[in-house]
Write a protein that binds this ligand. Structure first.
Ligand code: GMT
Length: 382
């Protein structure tokens, strides 16, 4: 198949999944074209069957607003025509589903043979935050409805989409996945001795530091842990709430024990050196960062929101606490950090879950089968 994948390149789970899917499909013999405004950070080395098409959005002095939707739609039209795409797979509905819809209409009206089918994958805040916003809701709902196929990364996100947007389109749940040959705990001893030179416990958080991630709550939970035992916190990522997190660390007197590492392409070595992963998000449709930690035998302590219960079994493969129960999160983390047998059991269960249920070799064929299914259907009347 010839597949166009539209995604955000910036650090974030939807871009990671889209890129990893593109790489996996190419290695299975498909021709994959990734369309994005920048080279996705996980694209890696050249791989046969995989190419990248940059979406350029020119800026004109007349406009204060960059016209990304139009330049993306035009790029999808060009790549579809030149590469004879069978499928345009839009990751993250806003505005990718709209651009794909527009491109399909343009190609249909221009009478091109083989107008591609549009599949939209819903990832999270495209529904749970933007979908709720009156400025976007009707257009998002329309574009989801108009897609030839729709997938969501969890049952929870599927339910949110029906509830928030009132769409009637059938939604297929295809969970997120990992390259399981790569996501295994490595020897983290050397790095650990640099990050925790006095033998402290290492707590880690990885995100894009947006309000939904509640990075100040991460620091708050850590401060409660730190009162009980020597520990250090690794804050990996960058985003609007970075300064607020640093301020919280100073206010709670733990600034010396918190290290802000910024955005990192390679989180595996850092996870492999860590003991516990904190994820007290306000919303999480799936929690890819949690899954990556679990695959590396790092137990996760998280809020019981969204799709996290579909990934983490509370008390077995991690701990899930009510959103506001920061004390409970600190207590769960402390239990893991002080009870070696418990830590071992939870780490093993988390790793088993990741490797038994969320590996690329099991999930990528689900996308392939869905593509075939959508292609076999009679095309929508435009
Ligand atoms: O919606 C976002 O926060 C951005 C998005 C992303 O691009 O990283 O994250 C969402 O998609 C990920 C990949 O499917 C999920 O693992 C995250 O849970 C989800 N984030 C939220 O729901 C907050």
């Amino acid at each position: 198949m010839n597949v166009g994948i539209v995604c955000y390149a910036s650090i974030g789970g939807s871009g990671v999944i889209a890129t990893e899917l593109g790489k996996a499909l190419a290695s299975r013999g498909h021709h994959v074209h990734i369309l994005s405004s920048e080279t996705p950070f996980r694209l890696g080395d050249y791989q046969p069957g995989l190419s990248f098409h940059r979406v350029e959005t020119p800026s004109y002095p007349l406009f204060r607003e960059p016209q990304y939707l139009l330049s993306l739609a035009t790029k999808i039209v060009q790549v579809s025509r030149d590469e004879r795409l069978d499928i345009v797979h839009a990751h993250y509905a806003v505005p990718h589903a709209a651009a794909a819809y527009l491109a399909r209409q343009i190609l249909g009206t221009a009478g091109h043979s083989g107008v591609p089918r549009v599949i939209t994958t819903l990832h999270g805040t495209d529904i749970t935050v933007l979908g709720n916003d009156r400025s976007y809701a009707e257009t998002i709902a329309f574009c989801i409805e108009q897609s030839d196929g729709v997938t969501a990364v969890s049952e929870s996100l599927k339910a949110d989409t029906y509830r928030e947007l009132g769409v009637a389109h059938d939604i297929r749940v295809i969970p997120n996945f990992l390259d399981c040959s790569m996501y295994r705990r490595r020897d983290g001893t050397a790095l650990r001795s640099r990050l925790a030179p006095k033998g402290e416990k290492l707590v880690i958080h990885v995100s894009n530091f947006r309000p939904v991630k509640r990075v100040a709550a991460v620091v708050d939970v850590f401060a409660r842990i730190r009162r009980q035992l020597p520990a250090r916190l690794l804050m990996v990522g960058d985003g609007p709430d970075l300064a607020a997190a640093a301020q919280t660390a100073r206010a709670l007197g733990v600034a010396d024990d918190v290290e802000f590492l910024g955005g990192q392409d390679q989180v595996l070595p850092l996870l492999s050196a860590s003991d516990v992963f904190l994820l007290p998000s306000a919303q999480e449709s799936f929690g890819l960062a949690a899954l990556e930690a679990m695959a590396c035998e790092v137990p996760v302590v998280a809020s019981r929101v969204g799709g996290l219960p579909e990934v983490i079994e509370d008390g077995v493969s991690g701990f899930l606490l009510p959103l506001d129960d920061l004390e409970g999160m600190a207590r769960s983390a402390l239990r893991l950090l002080t009870d070696g047998a418990l830590h071992h059991r939870v780490a093993e269960a988390g790793c088993r879950t990741a490797h038994e249920r969320f590996c690329d070799q099991d999930i990528v064929p689900m996308y392939e089968a869905y593509y075939e299914e959508v292609l076999a259907r009679t095309p929508r009347t435009r």
